[in-house]
Design a protein around this ligand. Structure first.
Ligand code: ADP
Length: 642
């Protein structure tokens, strides 16, 4: 199989160093071969033409000097002439010389043996054609010879031909001498290039292979690997000099940027580890129950030890279950809209259930997050049972105090049925003493009246009991008119007693809100007692009848809200005091008269049901408190209690 791997694949798989080395070597070899071939061709052709010119020169000079001897056909003179021409260094150059007459007969030659007849016709020259000479390569006695023929003329008439035989070997010798010198030079250059390309490939590939090693180490999570060629601290150059000598070497720049990148990743990883550790310890060690929910179906993905402790379920029991098992969870749109994830209060003071069935009151905060790849919600449920309990105690205390204040009115109201019963019983007693017979009708009338008055007294006591009842924290559908009416049943007689005119204007079809009847009663009660006090305070100095003594209660549906206003004609509240009246323990009343808790408790109750309590006041003229609640949605709230 390995043998079948193609050359292309093998080259592809070879190291960068070898690739650079092979490519450089191949180019150098190709260039060397081309240069060698070209030089050889230039040398051979120029040397050959040089030799031919020399041969032509020799032949022409022999033709010049032999013209007379040819005319006279003086063979001995011709022979001596051509032998003279071959003397000196020319004997290494020339193989032979021979002279022909115009018919081609050989007149003289330099051969020491009989003239080879083949040569006479091997390079024929037509003397009449006017040519300057002819050159031809021949094979003679196993040697390559250039035969150069030059015509001999007398005036314009050709009289014969001179042939000179030049050794081609001579040129070949020169060429091979030059070639070996040249090849030696080329080899030296090639070796130098080899060395340079080897060094270059190592120079480029060494830092790259170090980078590869480093990135391998990083992918295995080891960030301690040093890649930097030379840390700046160890450089002999100053910082400024280093900057001015900033390297332009791309590989070095790559290594530098890699070093920076690794340092950055190392730093980020450390930060990430630290923050993960911090959040993990918050999750596992935090005192509040924290749950991780799947964002789509609100099933529990994870729960911290505090959740197990508070709710009594084990983590395994919770995982996979919907959060509804613990208590209500409302998905707020804000949770998904926030670009920057931050905790959102999704439910305030809601009742959650432990495994053993007991309830606790919690505030639920949620924050969008990711759990692995899953879109999740981090949900924290803060136990506020103690706080709710204390709130309730405070409300209870405030209520009982109000009841105490109302006791005069209540006593007055109770007196009426008691008086009627007393009158009835006195009448019966008197009739018995006189031993008078009573008609059945009279007896039925007196008995019926006594029973009605007992009912009336029972109702008054029942109302007091209802009002004094401890409130729980559940939500139900409440029509605000109902708590107003039940409070008035207790307060109205007292207002009447104090000569305060009550104007009631309640919207007949006021839609319900999500609240609690008993707690709203407490708010109305506080507003009414404050209104009463403000009116009494105003008329304290003035003679009764001088000022209007009136409280007006209205209810109305407005912009998706149910609104109740309580307006009085009392002293009013100065602007600088208005900002403080909702603070706990703020009061302008005499010691023992006011505790400064009424409005603070009221606004707390109103906020619990997402309502608002505002005040408008003109000092000296009166005050209006405006209470508003969003209408109950079609959610599953139990219907009115009243
Ligand atoms: P308290 O009634 O015990 O003083 P509250 O919290 O109910 O406590 O009221 C705080 C203060 O707000 C009162 O002392 C009073 O000065 C002012 N206030 C409340 N309601 C009225 C009102 N209707 N008219 C004038 N002042 C008011």
């Amino acid at each position: 199989m390995a043998a079948r791997v193609s050359l292309g694949t093998r080259i592809k798989n070879t190291s960068l160093k070898n690739k650079i080395f092979l490519a450089t070597t191949a180019v150098i070899l190709l260039i060397s071969v081309l240069i060698a071939l070209f030089t050889r061709w230039v040398l051979i052709s120029s040397l050959t033409s040089e030799l031919k010119l020399r041969g032509l020169g020799i032949a022409t000079s022999i033709a010049e000097s032999s013209r007379g001897a040819i005319l006279t056909a003086d063979r001995p003179q011709l022979t001596s002439l051509i032998f003279d021409a071959m003397l000196g260094e020319r004997r290494y150059l020339l193989d032979y010389v021979f002279v022909q007459d115009k018919k081609g007969a050989v007149l003289a030659h330099t051969f020491t043996h009989p003239f080879p007849v083949r040569l006479a016709h091997a390079n024929p020259l037509d003397p009449t054609a006017g040519t300057e000479g002819a050159i031809r390569l021949l094979r003679h006695r196993n040697r390559d010879i250039y035969d150069i023929a030059v015509p001999v003329r007398e005036g314009i008439y050709p009289i014969g031909t001179v042939h000179v035989g030049l050794y081609k070997e001579h040129i070949d010798r020169l060429v091979s001498k030059l070639r070996s010198t040249f090849l030696g030079f080329l080899s030296a250059v090639t070796i130098i290039f080899f060395a340079v390309s080897h060094w270059l490939s190592r120079y480029i590939s060494r830092p790259l292979s170090r980078l590869t090693q480093a990135s391998d180490e990083i992918s295995r999570g080891n960030f301690e690997m040093a890649i930097a060629p030379a840390p700046s601290g160890t450089s002999p150059l100053g910082k400024g000099q280093q900057a001015s000598l900033r390297s332009n070497d791309e590989v070095r720049l790559l290594a530098d940027s890699f070093t920076h990148m690794t340092a950055h990743i190392r730093h980020s990883q450390a930060q990430l580890r630290e923050s993960e550790l911090k959040y993990r310890s918050l999750f596992t060690g935090g005192p509040n129950p924290i749950l991780v929910l799947d964002r789509r179906d609100h099933t529990i993905i994870d729960a911290n030890p505090s959740t197990e402790e508070v709710y009594g379920y084990t983590r395994e029991e919770l995982i996979g279950k919907a959060i509804d098992r613990l208590g209500p969870f409302e998905m707020k749109a804000d949770l998904l809209r926030t670009a920057e994830p931050k905790p959102v209060l999704v439910s305030a003071k809601v009742a959650y259930q432990r495994k053993n069935g007991t309830a606790l009151h919690v505030n639920v905060h949620a924050c969008p997050a990711h759990y692995g790849e899953r879109p999740a919600l981090i949900v924290a449920t803060t136990d506020i049972t103690d706080m709710v309990e204390k709130d309730n105690q405070l409300i209870q205390f405030s209520k009982l105090k109000t009841l105490g204040e109302m006791s005069a009115g209540i006593a007055h109201e109770l007196n009426q049925p008691l008086n009627a019963i007393k009158m009835g019983s006195e009448y019966l007693e008197m009739m018995t003493e006189r031993a008078e017979m009573m008609t059945r009708e009279d007896l039925a009338t007196v008995g019926g009246e006594v029973s009605r008055q007992v009912d009336r007294a029972t109702e008054i006591i029942g109302r007091l009991r209802d009002f004094g009842r401890k409130t729980d924290f559940t939500r139900e559908r409440v029509c605000l008119n109902d708590p107003i009416r039940s409070v008035l049943k207790i307060v109205a007689p007292q207002l009447e007693l104090q000569n305060i005119n009550l104007v009631l204007d309640l919207a007949p079809d006021l839609p319900s809100v999500g609240a609690h009847h008993n707690r709203i009663e407490q708010v109305i009660f506080n507003l009414l007692t404050n209104a009463r006090d403000a009116i009494n305070q105003k008329t304290a100095g003035a003679a009764e009848g001088d000022v209007a003594r009136e409280i007006e209660i209205r209810s109305i549906a407005q912009d998706g809200h149910a609104v109740v206003t309580v307006a009085d004609t009392g002293v009013g509240i100065p602007a600088d005091v208005q900002a403080q009246i909702f603070e706990a323990f703020f009061t302008t009343k005499e010691m023992g008269e006011g505790m400064g808790l009424g409005l603070s408790i009221s606004s707390g109750i109103v906020e619990d049901y997402r309502g608002a309590l505002r005040v408008e006041s003109t000092p000296g003229q009166g005050t209006t408190f405006r209470l508003s609640f969003p209408l109950a949605r079609r959610e599953n709230l139990p219907s009115d209690m009243a």
